[in-house]
Design a protein around this ligand. Structure first.
Ligand code: GAL
Length: 961
């Protein structure tokens, strides 16, 4: 009976110390005060990470990423909704398949995450048009303003997306906890517009607090209009202190200290977008971005922000970056991969940054007094002025949080000091040691489960009441000294199970001294409290722990690659875990005796019979002196990937031939445009004006030559990395780089009058005087500029030809881009190449008549397609992310569009970006069947093709989504 009571008590205590992310079904209330958000009156520290569903076109993988977020201790996900992704044309919206955001929101809830919903209308995000559909370029009224035209358009979007978001709000039993209006709306602002977005949201049933993300420090939207029209309830601030200079990963806060401002007295401090990676503007490769924003940056900047500002709302940008598949990229800042150097890679692999998020996230979740703190006097660091402290305390519990770091934030050496700490339970002298570019958050006066932690110089990762005792994981830098003081009413019994820990008792206090080294284990019993198992590890050892909740309370797991969830049924602990060969140790309540590891812990989770019947491995376990269950997991079966052989090729570009029938193409004959960029020659040739918004576009210009023409003068705007190719009467004349003329960021700079010039001499004898001559031009459209400065000039910059002349002779133009919208793959996947219009990229296309040849064969200028197919049979119940690798050196003379089973998964070429490896996400990739690869290679000159291609695995684990 006593035992039962203690288990019940442990359960109660556990519930009281856990923040509870969204649970299905129950309507709850979201409120806030100056300290934190609250759900039904209970404070939460919001620990969120950004995820772009539109950059991962595979619903099953959404679950994988969101479960990985939750497993790192995030309790929320921040989601932009891209208007462009859903709307190919005015009035046309598609929320099916990979665009099923209703499913996305359900998945977030099932993963146990709150959602910050960010439907824009403008989102930026290095996405085409900053999330604006390209058809909006032809709509009058300045974007991001209250002007008519734009106003009707954005209202249309909001009235489509808002109701979906609304039904998933916390207040309706769903996960959505905040609604973000607009995005970094800083310049050229219009209060009526900002207010209207909110009015529309409320009219559409949005009841949760509305927020907005301010950029570039305070003094902007939310503070200027804090109470007037347009003001939101909880403004937050974006901060990217580490810059985007991935080529220089040793930089240290070049853009400031990264302290999130408190924008108003009545609201919590909200780090709405805090840097957690970087775009690769300098083409340095994302590994460098990951280094630039690595664990050292996270430790120092995130903890500094937490304690200096008392922020309780964090959203890290990005948690997972993904892929700019199709024509999703805004062309000026990014290429195909949007890996972002995030904690989870584009191929969904976990990195040391993930470990650091987990250490911090678990702490924020377990140590609840953090949700309400005020600044207090901090302890002195006697003996070494190189170290400094900052402190906060919870006014109700007295619990103190002390940040210890170098006074000079750029310092790189290791420094030690003694903290003279006036803590709630007494005055303590404790040793601290801090590496350069590191920081520790230490806790004192804390009711840790059933224990009283007087003070510790180890950091708390987590603690849980398991089976009538407290299990706590503390950690510190390998080799650094640590001291932990706990209070008891009488002398407890201390058993050091592992490691070198000295224990001393006196005056009601147990003091443990040690160096952080491996994983020490100390069992403390008696002393008037329930038992406690203290696990004291290095940073690395701490990161090996996972925490999951079961109906019978929390479990802790040491080892495995990932624990998604756990259930306890009878005496079996079933872990939904990703595993390789290695140790697994489970701390679970009685009667747990057995451990099973498999892809999914619960059958029928979220209503879906997910992986029903999937094999679960029983792991043979023994009980350890720590009371845990210890065993070894099996290695995953080897994954064999086939070689890519059997390529067939076919050259195209029939559009270049004079006799090509273009009679069904759209006549490009407009003499006016809504574009703020006036045409330099008529007719207007802007592709968007004729409804061709994404991918390549063809022009055919017919003219009756006088015979005196000697030169063709063209001008095209493609966005960065774009080009155009020119033929006259079927003869290839050459190519030119497309204009960019974006991102000047300076509104005073007039539009460039000569953005993408190309001058082509007409070879003698080619013209047919008095007869029809045909000029054919293939123009790349690399995507649309963003509208960050809300001035229309950048976003509404045309794509395609912007000027054309053949010595003044009149030209009759026709234009052709994508042939309709691919209903499955959406508006951004397919462009207007002949092969795309004819379905050469699609799996079922019959290519048997094509020539057998590998992609390395010499190319002729124009477009050459290559196709092959391959069978996959990856081991079931394993996660093997697959990529496509281009061998050899890429040439600036060609660019390659890559289609997997008809989906445009990226673009390769020396001029495109540094990327050689392309993710082929499961879902688009049939892991147990036949797959088709198609490459469309556009060559500017006769060169050898892109060379050997191969498949590779980014990793291999048992388990998976
Ligand atoms: C922010 C913006 C995001 C993204 C980020 C850089 O300013 O709000 O959408 O563009 O910068 O990756």
């Amino acid at each position: 009976m006593r035992r039962l009571l203690s288990v019940l008590l442990a359960l109660l205590l556990t519930c009281a110390t856990l923040t509870a992310p969204a649970r299905a079904g129950t309507a709850r209330e979201v409120t806030y005060d100056q300290y934190s958000l609250m759900v039904d009156g209970r404070r939460i520290v919001l620990q969120s990470a950004e995820f772009h569903y539109f950059r991962l076109p595979s619903q099953e993988l959404w679950r994988d990423v969101l479960e990985k977020f939750r497993a790192a201790g995030f309790n929320a996900v921040s989601l932009y909704f891209s208007w462009a992704y859903h709307s190919p044309a005015p009035g046309v919206y598609d929320f099916g398949g990979v665009r099923d955001v209703d499913r996305l929101l359900r998945t977030a809830r099932e993963a146990g995450l709150y959602v910050i919903a960010r439907p824009g209308p403008y989102i930026n995000a290095e996405s085409t048009g900053g999330g604006f559909p390209a058809w909006l370029k032809t709509v009058p009224g300045r974007g991001r303003s209250f002007e008519p035209g734009y106003r009707e358009a954005y209202r249309e979007w909001l009235h489509r997306i808002n109701p979906i978001i609304a039904r998933h709000q916390v207040t309706n039993g769903g996960p959505v906890i905040l609604y973000n209006a607009e995005n970094e709306y800083q310049v050229n602002t219009d209060a009526a517009y900002m207010q209207d977005i909110q009015d529309q949201a409320r009219a559409d049933g949005i009841t949760v607090p509305i927020t907005t993300n301010d950029c570039c420090d305070a003094g902007s939207w939310s503070s200027t209009w804090a109470t007037g029209p347009g003001a939101v309830q909880i403004p937050g601030v974006d901060d990217y202190p580490q810059s985007f200079e991935c080529a220089n990963p040793e930089l240290w806060g070049p853009w400031g200290e990264g302290l999130t401002e408190k924008l108003r007295d009545d609201i919590p401090v909200f780090a709405a977008e805090y840097q957690a990676g970087a775009i690769d503007v300098g083409n340095a490769g994302y590994d460098r971005c990951r280094q630039l924003t690595g664990p050292a940056f996270m430790k120092f900047f995130y903890k500094n922000n937490l304690i200096q500002t008392g922020a309780t709302m964090f959203s890290y940008y990005m948690g997972y970056g993904g892929t700019n598949w199709g024509w999703l990229a805004q062309p000026n800042d990014v290429y195909t991969s949007y890996d972002y150097g995030a904690a989870i890679t584009e191929a969904r692999r976990l990195t040391p940054k993930y470990d650091e998020f987990k250490r911090q996230g678990y702490f924020l979740e377990a140590v609840t007094p953090l949700a309400k703190t005020d600044a207090v006097t901090s302890p002195a660091t006697s003996g070494n002025a190189a170290l400094t402290t900052v402190a906060r305390a919870n006014p109700d519990t007295g619990t103190q949080f002390v940040l210890v770091r170098h006074a000079d934030r750029a310092a790189t050496g290791t420094d030690s000091a003694t903290l003279d700490w006036a803590a709630p339970d007494g005055r303590y002298q404790v040793p601290v040691q801090v590496k350069g570019r590191d920081a520790h958050v230490l806790v004192a006066g804390y009711d840790l489960g059933g224990q009283r932690l007087a003070v510790s110089t180890s950091e708390i990762m987590t603690h849980a009441a398991i089976g009538g005792r407290d299990v706590a994981v503390l950690y510190g830098t390998a080799g650094s000294p640590g001291a932990t003081v706990l209070r008891y009413s009488s002398q407890p019994s201390v058993k050091v199970l592992e490691g070198a820990v000295r224990a001393a008792y006196g005056g009601g206090e147990l003091r443990l001294d040690y160096a952080h080294d491996g994983l020490a284990r100390v069992l403390v019993t008696g002393g008037g409290r329930r038992p406690m198992l203290l696990l004291i590890g290095t940073d690395e050892e701490a990161a090996r722990f996972w925490r999951a909740s079961t109906a019978a309370g929390p479990v802790l797991v040491r080892g495995t690659e990932l624990v998604r969830s756990a259930t306890l049924r009878g005496d079996v602990v079933r872990l939904a875990a990703d595993t390789v060969a290695g140790e697994v140790e489970v701390f679970a309540p009685p009667p747990a005796r057995r451990v099973e590891v498999g892809p999914r812990a619960e059958i029928g989770r979220g209503g879906a019979a997910a992986s029903q019947g999937a094999a679960h491995d029983e792991v043979r376990v023994t009980r350890t002196a720590s009371g845990s269950l210890l065993g070894v997991t099996r290695a995953p079966a080897a994954a064999k990937l086939p070689e890519l052989t059997g390529w067939r090729a076919r050259a195209e570009a029939p559009e270049a031939a004079p006799g090509f029938d273009d009679s069904r193409w759209t006549a490009a004959d407009h003499t006016t445009t809504t574009s703020p960029h006036p045409p330099r020659t008529l007719p207007v040739l802007y592709a968007d004006d004729y409804g061709f918004h994404y991918g390549n576009v063809w022009y055919r210009g017919h003219f009756t030559a006088t015979g005196t023409e000697t030169r063709i003068d063209l001008n095209a705007i493609t966005g960065l990395r774009g080009n155009y190719l020119v033929w006259l009467n079927g003869r290839y004349l050459g190519s030119a780089a497309g204009g960019v003329q974006a991102d000047s960021g300076d509104q005073s700079t007039p539009p460039n009058p000569d953005p993408g010039p190309g001058h082509f001499d007409i070879p003698t004898g080619l013209l047919k005087p008095g007869a029809d001559n045909v000029l054919a031009v293939l123009v790349a459209n690399m995507g649309h500029n963003d509208d960050w400065i809300a001035d229309d000039l950048r976003f509404k910059q045309p794509r395609g030809l912007v000027a054309a002349s053949v010595g003044g002779t009149p030209i009759a133009w026709r234009i052709q881009g994508a042939a309709g919208v691919d209903r499955v793959r959406g508006p951004l996947s397919t462009g207007g190449l002949y092969g795309e219009r004819t379905g050469w990229h699609l799996p079922r296309y019959q290519d048997r008549s094509w020539k057998e040849t590998a992609p390395a064969t010499p190319l002729t200028p124009g477009v050459t397609w290559y196709r092959t197919s391959f069978e996959l049979d990856l081991p079931k119940g394993q996660d093997v992310p697959v990529g496509l690798r281009f061998g050899g050196d890429p040439s600036p003379e060609y660019r390659v569009l890559i289609f997997l089973n008809g989906w445009n998964v990226g673009q390769y070429g020396a001029d495109i970006g540094p990327q050689r490896e392309f993710s082929l996400p499961a879902g688009l990739l049939d892991e147990h069947g036949n797959n088709t690869l198609a490459l469309a290679v556009t060559a500017e000159r006769p060169v050898a093709g892109p060379g050997p291609l191969s498949l590779f695995a980014y990793g291999n684990v048992r388990g998976g989504p």
